[in-house]
Design a protein around this ligand. Structure first.
Ligand code: BGO
Length: 271
């Protein structure tokens, strides 16, 4: 059986460098169906049955850019066996925004923190064990440019794919949001595989038109669910999409506080 591993990450996180290092000359380049976004896949060196799929660089799984739509359609329709999420260690906060969404898809995720050569040179510290605990997935350190840790990262992704243990997201939104999400899952998502329900429910809560259309929600169900969404919006005095975005950033801020130490932070206030 062929194993499919998707490489996902922000633009400029080093995804192309990693993809090239992992696959060498064993690559096929084409376009995603119907769009002019480049599609690249290749065999993992030393594993003839492992295909690495290079997804477009994206900041989020929202439906607003062609790249985001291509990447998320692949993730939710094709369901790779694992996601190798490359994040730029010099830009943790921004990069983790995508990570918080990838771990909700129910697909095993391995996070590879890239640019570790720069992080180390700067004297900054990332507590990967703590980060793994708070995200609920394995985390490793790599430098795609220098080639350090990349074989190990790929092996972790292969193991995660083989294990088929679905991700269990560690983050909970505010109570009223969780209430709405639970209600959406219960009222409408019974036919969706359990590990995928949370991602869909969050998207429905955000009123993501593409997901709502894909799922073919009736007006009756929409009206029913809308009550819960409006209740959350009223209580939190914001629109549903902004509520989710803000809560993700609060979660990320707490992760950064626990897991990241910048060398010079606060170092000047000795007097
Ligand atoms: C240029 N460490 C360091 N130091 N740099 C890295 C690493 C790493 O681990 N990984 C990648 N880079 P892409 P996306 C460049 O191209 O793979 C660098 O968008 C330059 N180019 O070399 O393209 C990598 O596919 C001139 O840098 O990322 C590349 O995700 C001056 O990060 C950049 C300096 O990598 C983006 C850098 C003409």
């Amino acid at each position: 059986m062929e194993i499919k591993i998707a490489l996902a990450g922000n633009p400029n996180c080093g995804k192309t460098t990693l993809f090239n290092a992992l696959t060498g000359s064993n690559q096929f380049v084409g376009n995603w169906p119907g769009v002019t976004v480049e599609k690249k896949e290749g065999k993992l060196k030393g594993h003839k049955d492992v295909v690495i799929m290079d997804l477009p660089g994206i900041y989020s799984l929202s439906p607003y850019t062609l790249e985001e739509v291509v990447a998320r359609n692949y993730l939710i329709s094709e369901r790779p066996d694992a996601i190798l999420n490359i994040i730029d260690g010099t830009n943790l906060e921004r990069n983790l925004y995508l990570t918080t969404q990838l771990v909700e898809l129910g697909i095993p995720v391995v996070v590879a923190i890239n640019m570790m050569d720069v992080v180390k040179k700067n004297g900054d510290k990332i507590n990967t064990d703590q980060l793994a605990k708070e995200l609920g997935c394995q985390v490793c350190e790599i430098s795609a440019l220098k080639g350090t840790g990349i074989k190990e990262a790929a092996e972790l992704a292969v193991k995660a794919a083989e294990s088929k243990v679905p991700m269990v997201p560690q983050h909970s939104f505010n109570g009223v949001v969780e209430h709405a999400i639970a209600h959406i899952e219960e009222a409408f998502l019974n036919d969706v595989a359990e590990e995928q329900q949370r991602w869909y429910a969050i998207k429905i809560f955000e009123r993501d038109e593409k997901v709502i259309e894909q799922l073919g929600m009736s007006e009756q169900v929409k009206t029913h669910i809308e009550k819960d969404i409006c209740a959350a919006e009223k209580e939190m005095d914001d629109d549903s999409e902004s509520i989710i975005t803000n809560e993700r950033y609060i979660y990320i801020a707490s992760i950064i506080k626990d897991c990241y130490k910048k060398k010079n932070q606060g170092g000047l206030t000795t007097s």
